[in-house]
Design a protein around this ligand. Structure first.
Ligand SMILES: [Zn+2]
Ligand SMILES: [Zn+2]
Length: 388
C-alpha cells in the first residue's frame, strides 16, 4: 500500500497487506478467509472497519443471493464479502482526496452510483442504470459495497468519498453503524415530498427502517405520527422514538383505528415497511385523497392491490430502494444533534470472528434482537488507538 503511486498512507496507521474476511460459499455458508487489503483508486479512501450492523438484506443475500449481483450473477462461491452497514477509521487516501484525513472516524452509505448515467445525475444513485456493471471489460465505476462489490464483514473496505460521512466524537461506533438505516427512512420521506411538518404519517412495520422512519418523521415535524405492528415490545420502542400513537394490528381493524386517530379522511402519508399484501392494501385504504404512500419493504411475492381505490382517489405511490439523494447526510445531521436516540434499536454486539452466531441472533430474533452489531476490534483496542 505504502508504495502505490497516488495513495497516501501514514505511519500512525500502518496498513497490512492482507486481512481476515468472511465470504459466502454456498447458500447459508460463510467462510473466513485471508484476502489482500483493497487499494483505493482516485476519489476513494480505505476504511479500517471498526463496527458493522447486520441488516435483514444481509440475511437475504446469504440465503437467496439476491439482491446482490456479482460479476453479473449470484454471489455464491465468488469470494464475495457481504455486509453494508459499517463504520470505521480512514486508513489511506486515494489520488485526489483532500476531503478526509487519515484517522477520521467515518460511516458510510451503500450505493456509489456510476456517476455517469441519467439516474446518478439526478441524485438517484441507488437506482443507478449501471448497477453491478463493473466486471470483466466493463468498468462503469459503480459500487454498492456488500451488494455488487466487497462489503464490510472484514477488516478493511474501499469507499468512494461520495459515500462517506464524518462521525462526531459524541457518537458511539455502534450508533454510527445505524446512520445508513436512518438514511433509508429519510430517503422514503424525501421521496414523499419531505415537507411533512404538521401532516399525518403512518409507519407500518416496526423493523429497523420503520422504527427510524418514526424518529425521522417526528424530527421533521409530522403530527400525528402513528406506528403499526404486531409486537408490543417493538411498538414500545417506537413510542420512545417519537410515535404519538401505536396500534397493535393483531385482531384489529387497523384502518378504522388510524381514522379514529387522524380523522375519517385518512392520513397524508404512509411509509409501508411490512411488505405483506394485507399491509399494502391497508396502506391504500388509510391514505386520504391525494395522499402519498412509500413502499420500503422488499416483498417476496407479487400482490393484488385495490388499484381502483388508488386511481379514484388520486393517490401517489413510490417504491424506494436504499438511501438516495444524500438522505444519509440529512439523517446524520439529526443524529449528530441527538434529535432521536437511534441506539434504542441496537440490541446486541458480537466480535467479527463470531459473525455466524451474530447472524443467527438477527435471523431468529434471539432475545428480541433488532440491530445486531459486529465489532472488528474490541472496545479496549479502540481506546488505545484513539489515545495514541
Ligand atoms: Zn441494510
Ligand atoms: Zn449510474
Amino acid at each position: 500500500m505504502e508504495n502505490t503511486p497516488g495513495v497516501t498512507t501514514s505511519t500512525r496507521m500502518p496498513v497490512p497487506d492482507t486481512m481476515k474476511a468472511w465470504v459466502i460459499g454456498d447458500p447459508d455458508e460463510l467462510v473466513q478467509v485471508e484476502k489482500p487489503v483493497p487499494v483505493p483508486s482516485r476519489a476513494e479512501i480505505l476504511i479500517r472497519i471498526d463496527a458493522v450492523a447486520i441488516c435483514a438484506t444481509d440475511l437475504e443475500i446469504i440465503h437467496y443471493g439476491t439482491p446482490a449481483l456479482i460479476e453479473g450473477g449470484s454471489p455464491f462461491n465468488k469470494n464475495f464479502t457481504p455486509g453494508h452497514e459499517y463504520m470505521g477509521t480512514v486508513a489511506a487516501l486515494g489520488e485526489g482526496v483532500d476531503e478526509f484525513a487519515i484517522g477520521d472516524r467515518v460511516t458510510v452509505e451503500i450505493h456509489a452510483g456510476c456517476g455517469q448515467c441519467k439516474r446518478c445525475r439526478q441524485g438517484m444513485y441507488t437506482s443507478c442504470l449501471n448497477y453491478g456493471l463493473n466486471y470483466g471489460d466493463v468498468k462503469k465505476g459503480h459500487r454498492a459495497n456488500g451488494f455488487t462489490t466487497d462489503g464490510g464483514f472484514t477488516e478493511y473496505a474501499v469507499n468512494h468519498i461520495n459515500t462517506v460521512i464524518k462521525v462526531p466524537d459524541t457518537m458511539s461506533d455502534e450508533e454510527a453503524t445505524l446512520v445508513v438505516t436512518a438514511g433509508t427512512s429519510m430517503y422514503g420521506l424525501t421521496e414523499l415530498g419531505g415537507l411533512v411538518a404538521g401532516e399525518s404519517v403512518v409507519v407500518m412495520g416496526p423493523g429497523p427502517i420503520g422504527l427510524l422512519a418514526v424518529a425521522v418523521a417526528k424530527s421533521l415535524g409530522a403530527a400525528p405520527v402513528i406506528l403499526t405492528g404486531t409486537r408490543d415490545s417493538r411498538l414500545k420502542i417506537g413510542k420512545e422514538l417519537g410515535a404519538d400513537h401505536v396500534i397493535n394490528v393483531k385482531d384489529t381493524d387497523v384502518v378504522g383505528k388510524v381514522k379514529d386517530i387522524a380523522g375519517q379522511q385518512g392520513v397524508d402519508y404512509v411509509v409501508e415497511c411490512a411488505g405483506t399484501e394485507t399491509a399494502i392494501n391497508d396502506a391504500i385504504h388509510m391514505t386520504n385523497r391525494g395522499g402519498k404512500i412509500c413502499f420500503a419493504a422488499f416483498p417476496h411475492d407479487p400482490a393484488t392491490i385495490d388499484l381502483p381505490h388508488v386511481v379514484k382517489n388520486n393517490m401517489y405511490m413510490y417504491g424506494i430502494r436504499g438511501e438516495g439523494k444524500s438522505a444519509t447526510h440529512r439523517a446524520m445531521a439529526f443524529m449528530a444533534e441527538k434529535r432521536f436516540d437511534a441506539s434504542l434499536i441496537h440490541t446486541h454486539t458480537f466480535a467479527l470472528d463470531d459473525l455466524p452466531e451474530a447472524l443467527r441472533y438477527a435471523r431468529e430474533r434471539v432475545d428480541d434482537a433488532i440491530k445486531v452489531v459486529v465489532r472488528a476490534r474490541d472496545a479496549e483496542q479502540q481506546l488505545k488507538a484513539v489515545s495514541k
